[in-house]
Structures are given as C-alpha cells and as structure tokens.
Design a protein around this ligand. Structure first.
Ligand SMILES: NC(=O)c1ccc[n+]([C@@H]2O[C@H](COP(=O)([O-])OP(=O)(O)OC[C@H]3O[C@@H](n4cnc5c(N)ncnc54)[C@H](O)[C@@H]3O)[C@@H](O)[C@H]2O)c1
Length: 391
C-alpha cells in the first residue's frame, strides 16, 4: 500500500477538493517530512482534483502537485497513488469517500464524516471491509493537533486537576455575522447536513471527547437561525436552512456536566475555539485566542498566590517538536502546523501499519452526538448517544 520506490519510503498523495481545507492539507503534506519519524520519507504530491479546473491548476502550481484535473475517477484509477485526502463539501463525502475506500487507498478525510450519523456509520462499515485490511482510514479533527489542547488533555489524563466535575466549550466565528456575507453550501442543509454545530461545534465536541471523554448524552439543545435569507455571489436570494448558532447541555466522561455553544454570527471573534475544564483539584483551560498557552490552576497551594498559571507550550507538548521550525519553547506554532501534525500522524500510520487514533469508526460515533442534539432540540427531552451510558 506504499510505493516500493526507496524501499517503501515514498508516499504518493492525491488531494480531492482544493478549497480552503484542501489547501491546508496540501500545506501539511509539503512539510510533513520535517517530523523525526518521517526522516527520509519522500512525500510526493502527485495529483490534485477540484470541480473548478482553474482552482485545481492554481493549487497544483502553488503547492507542487505533479498533476491536476477535475476527475475523481482518474485520480482513483492511478495505481501509483497510495493515499488520498478528501476536503469536499459535506454532501459529497458519502459518495466520494465510498469510492476512495473501494479503491483500497489510504484515506484522510475532513470532518464531518458525511451529513449525519447514518451516513457516517455506512462509511465506517465500508472502511472496515475485509478487502481494506491494512489500509488506513482517518478523519482530520485538526484542533486536537494544537499543542495547547494536547497539553490540556495530558493535564486531565495525568490527574493534575483531579476527577472532572464540569466543563464549557465554545466555537465562535464571525464569517456569517453580516447579513451581506454571501450564501454558500454552508448555509444549505442539504449540502451541509447542518450549520454552525456541524461546521464549528463538531470541533468543540471533539475537543471535549479528546480532553474529557466520550459524550454520553445531549441533555438539551437549541438551534437558532438569525439571518433567514442570504444572497449568493450573483445576487440571487436563498433561504438559510440550517443553524447560525447552537447551544447544548452535555454529559461527558464520568458524568461531568458541560455546555457547548457554536456560532458563525459572533461579531468580534473571527475564529475562536475554547475549552475550560474544572476538576476536583483545579482547572485547565485552552483557547485559540491564546494559541500557544495552557492555563492551569492547581488548588491547595499558598492562598496568597492562589490562581491560574499560564504555561507556554513547547517541545514537551504534543504536536510541537515535529512541526515547529524552531524546536524551542515560546516560539509557538499556528493552525497551519496543526495540519502538518495531522498529516504526519496519518503518514505515520501508513508507514508503520497502525490504525489512526481518529478512524472512521470513532468519527461515526461522534457524529451520533450531532444526531442526539437534533433529537433533543426536536423533542425537548434528553437524548442518549447509542452505546454510551451517562454516569
Ligand atoms: N478542519 C478544519 O479546520 C476545516 C476548515 C474548513 C473546512 N473543513 C471541512 O473541509 C471540507 C471542505 O470545506 P472547505 O471550506 O474547504 O470548502 P470549500 O468550498 O472552500 O472547498 C470545497 C471544494 O470542493 C470542490 N468540489 C465540490 N464538489 C466536488 C467534487 N465532487 N469533486 C471535486 N471537487 C469538488 C469545490 O469546487 C471547492 O473548491 C468540509 O467538509 C469542511 O467541514 C475543515
């Protein structure tokens, strides 16, 4: 499943979808071999496909893909391509990912895994087919590749703040705050599966599951669409058929209660994910607004100096040393580096024959949290995630 050239140390990569997220994947592949575990590995950007030909060509030229085109089938028919990244509008995921899985190639896809829990379950089933034995399937939950969030998870896992009592998480964006912001596939339920919750809130859901533990129950949920109609770039009006914002009450881990808010209409916050976790012995907090820091409070010290500390991330924290061009603390990394780390993890699985830590099966379970939020909002009653028991 890896090119035999260089004794299997060359990985040839295809990219399907050359928009915003696809270009972040291309950036990740271009820089992946700076990681220690990938020393000597050649990552060849072989073929990029987008429905918009000039965009595919532009991305090929800027990132160094050898070939570009508009046909997914041509890319998948090329036996020299080992691994494929998929970064398409959400309603394309089921069809295109099913074809990528059938090709036998390793696959890294953008979140969400399809439009809903059922589509995700179908894709997880296809990924687990016996013919795919040895092929990696992974979903890119990119925020867990930020050193500050990785450090928060470690603090929780190591018991630094004790058993978790409660948490809060938010993902706010302003990209749709202005009614004049144009209509795109993101505002159409049929194309997106949902609005702020599936697009942004899913990252916050993953941050909770990464740091605290699996979400077992959506105790309550409300969605709101505050701008009901938008014009597309040609001036044609369209109804907005999904949520501009969502508010959820969650139960996670060993019964910790938490809240989640996701909004794409939040003035003053261009792009901001935060999580704050309160334990029996302290508090840990991370926000992309202070991207290279973890805030940590360990209770019980000298009362005169009681309070949280700001810990600057560095090579001792996950997803830092292998992506930072300066391997020293305080220099920091950005969101682009998270995509390098994500690709490094994917390529590492391919080269070592190990499964991803974010396989389709796990992402399919996480998609059930979105289903549960929809159910809780519709019924006004708590909705359990299948297979999870709330403590
Ligand atoms: N992890 C993150 O931080 C992050 C950020 C942005 C988007 N995303 C995810 O990435 C995916 C894509 O989002 P985006 O913002 O890049 O969207 P986008 O609209 O910028 O790009 C999507 C691209 O797919 C192309 N396309 C559509 N259908 C196609 C088809 N059948 N074959 C080939 N090309 C096709 C479009 O022409 C477009 O260029 C979404 O699932 C989104 O949730 C993740």
């Amino acid at each position: 499943m890896v090119s035999e050239t260089d004794g299997g140390r060359t990985v040839r990569v295809g990219l399907i979808g050359a928009g915003m997220a696809g270009q972040a994947h291309a950036f990740g592949y271009r820089n992946a071999s700076m990681g220690d575990a990938l020393r000597g590995v050649t990552v060849e950007l072989a073929h990029v496909v987008d429905a918009v030909a000039p965009l595919a060509q532009d991305v090929a030229e800027r990132y160094g893909f050898r070939r570009w085109g508009t046909s997914v089938d041509e890319l998948l028919a090329d036996p020299s391509i080992d691994a494929v990244s998929v970064a398409l509008p959400n309603n394309q995921h089921l069809d295109v990912l099913a074809r990528v899985l059938a090709s036998g190639k390793h696959v890294l896809t953008e979140k969400p895994l399809g439009l809903d829990g059922d589509q995700a379950a179908r894709l997880a089933e296809l990924a687990a087919a016996p013919e795919r034995a040895g092929a990696v399937d992974a979903v890119g939950f990119s925020y867990r590749r930020l050193p500050g969030l990785a450090a928060l998870r470690t603090a929780v896992a190591d018991g630094v703040i004790g058993a978790i009592r409660h948490f809060e998480t938010t993902y706010y964006c302003h990209h749709a705050a202005d009614a004049a912001d144009p209509f795109t596939w993101r505002f159409d339920r049929a194309a997106s599966g949902g609005g702020a919750l599936i697009d942004l809130g899913l990252h916050a859901i993953d941050a909770v599951e990464f740091a605290v533990g699996p979400i077992a129950e959506v105790a309550a949920a409300r969605f709101a669409t505050v701008i009901p109609e938008r014009m597309d770039r040609d001036g044609t009006p369209h109804p907005v058929t999904n949520d501009d914002m969502a508010a959820l009450l969650l139960v996670a881990g060993d019964g910790a209660l938490g809240t989640l808010q996701a909004s794409r209409v939040a003035h003053s916050t261009p792009n901001s994910l935060s999580i704050r976790v309160f334990g029996e012995r302290g508090m840990a907090s991370f926000s992309t607004e202070d991207l290279n820091a973890l805030w940590l409070h360990e209770a019980g010290g000298d009362a005169r100096f009681d309070g949280p500390r700001r810990i600057i991330t560095g090579p001792l924290h996950g997803a830092y040393a292998d992506v930072s061009s300066f391997r020293s603390r305080g220099v920091g990394t950005g969101y682009g580096e998270a995509f390098i780390a994500q690709v490094q993890a994917f390529l590492g699985c391919i080269l070592t024959g190990t499964p991803s830590e974010t396989p389709f099966a796990a992402a399919a379970r996480t998609m059930r949290v979105l289903d549960a939020a929809g159910e809780a909002a519709a019924t006004g009653a708590a909705a359990r995630i299948p297979g999870e028991s709330a403590a």
